[in-house]
Design a protein around this ligand. Structure first.
Ligand code: KDG
Ligand code: MG
Length: 409
């Protein structure tokens, strides 16, 4: 059996997605996700110009060997573009293997370790009452764990708060297609943020009680000592996790956070290989691995990092925003179902346009996700639906302090 064709499909059903479609000489297809939000065409070119020609003629069953061939063979290792391209190939090969075996991918990697994957949804509000309404809406939809993000007095436009007015006059809705060809600018004030967030959690705990798992994303904006201060102030509200409390390039910074707080920490949505996690895992500086199959080299790589994490009682919390396509999302659902050290799965529901293009066997019921029983990954790509949504340049926002200094977004 051989790989006979490798096509790169770009579509923008409310946001851009880069999908790899491999076809074997017997006509079996496999899909992979190589979407790098805001830099999509770089990943598409890497795949189309440098990877696709190498795949033709290879045996699709040799997943590990193909992974190593692309990783070691590039010489220029790691980085989001390289690892997203490798991820797409890896997912597509697992998809093909599952279809040949007549089994969903999770059955090929050990079988189910649980009945479903606890998911958390994104609640947010431009006011405390708006936030409360958003939490109620999520609970009504069945969510049993909630990420809480709120507008902050003194900050005009902020990551993670849906429906807030932007400087451009548009509403921030997470789906960037149509936002225009330059990043929107948000603003940031660390002191205002650290003052306000504990009050938000105080009100949420009072209204929703002690049991509901609550999460929060600081989105890389604090120094280690600021992160420590916030995490400590949040301890009375018993967070499930505090995410990306500080940019993690300087991993020793997490030691400072850890020394001061028992709030659980989640990090790694922008990481690309197991090496990015090595210090954080082996020194037990985090509690949850936030990697996504898409930016981390696919199913093969995700399983390896979770095996390392398991030895340190660190669990998964894979990155699941809408810029992970349904293919990438399915890939990590299969991994999450199979591994023992699953923690929680982020779930931002895709738009109806996205779901029209990517038809999925995945289900969400009573707060739990399941990848379904369709052989392979369980996602089909509707090319005629995709053709209605051509690529649109779209950037992630940027963030500045009030004096104009660039800050982390
Ligand atoms: O493309 C960037 C988004 O994926 C990211 O901002 C979402 O932080 C995020 C999250 O936790 O889902
Ligand atoms: Mg995040």
């Amino acid at each position: 059996m051989k790989i006979a064709s490798a096509e790169v499909l770009i579509t923008s059903p409310t946001r851009n997605f880069v999908t790899l479609k491999l076809t074997t000489d017997g006509g079996i297809t496999g899909l992979g996700d190589a979407t790098v939000n805001g830099r999509e065409l770089a990943a598409a070119s890497y795949l189309r110009d440098h990877v696709a020609p190498l795949l033709l003629g290879l045996d699709p069953h040799r997943i590990e060997d193909t992974w190593q061939y692309l990783y070691r063979g590039a010489y220029w290792r790691r980085g989001p573009i390289t690892m997203a391209a490798i991820a797409a190939v890896d997912m597509a090969l697992w998809d093909i293997k599952g279809k040949i075996a007549g089994l969903p991918v999770y059955q090929l990697i050990g079988g189910a370790s649980r009945n479903g994957l606890l998911a958390y949804g994104h609640a947010s509000g431009t006011s405390q009452s708006g936030l409360s309404e958003s939490i109620h809406e999520h609970l009504e939809k069945g969510y049993r764990a909630i990420r809480v993000q709120s507008a902050i007095p003194g900050i005009h436009a902020l990551y993670g708060v849906a429906d807030q007015p932007q400087a451009s006059g548009e509403r921030y809705d997470y789906e960037p297609a149509g936002r225009g060809a330059r990043p929107v600018e948000e603003d940031w004030d660390t002191a205002a943020y650290i003052r306000h967030v504990p009050q938000v959690f105080e009100a949420v705990r009072q209204e929703f009680g002690a049991e509901l798992p609550l999460l929060h994303d600081s989105h890389h904006r604090l120094t280690p000592i600021e992160a420590a201060k916030l995490a400590r102030r949040l301890e009375p509200y018993d967070l499930f996790w505090l995410e990306d409390c500080t940019p993690a390039e300087n991993q020793q910074g997490l030691r400072i956070v850890r020394q001061h707080t028992t709030t659980p920490l989640a990090i790694g949505e922008v990481f690309n290989t197991v090496w990015d996690f090595q210090q954080l895992i082996t020194e037990q500086l985090i509690d949850y691995v936030r990697a996504a199959a898409t930016h981390f080299g696919g199913i093969t790589a995700l399983r390896k990092v979770m095996d390392l994490a398991a030895q340190y009682q660190i669990r998964s919390g894979f990155h699941g925003p809408t810029d992970i396509s349904p293919v990438g999302f399915a890939a990590q659902l299969h991994v999450g179902l199979a591994i023992h050290n699953f923690g929680i799965q982020e779930y931002m529901e895709h738009s109806s346009a996205t779901n029209e293009v990517f038809r999925q066997s995945m289900t969400f019921k009573d707060g739990y996700l399941h990848p379904g029983e369709t052989p392979g990954l369980g996602v089909e790509f509707d090319e005629s639906a995709a053709a209605q949504f051509p690529y649109q340049p779209a950037y992630l926002p940027v963030s500045r302090l009030h004096d104009g200094t660039m800050h982390d977004w």
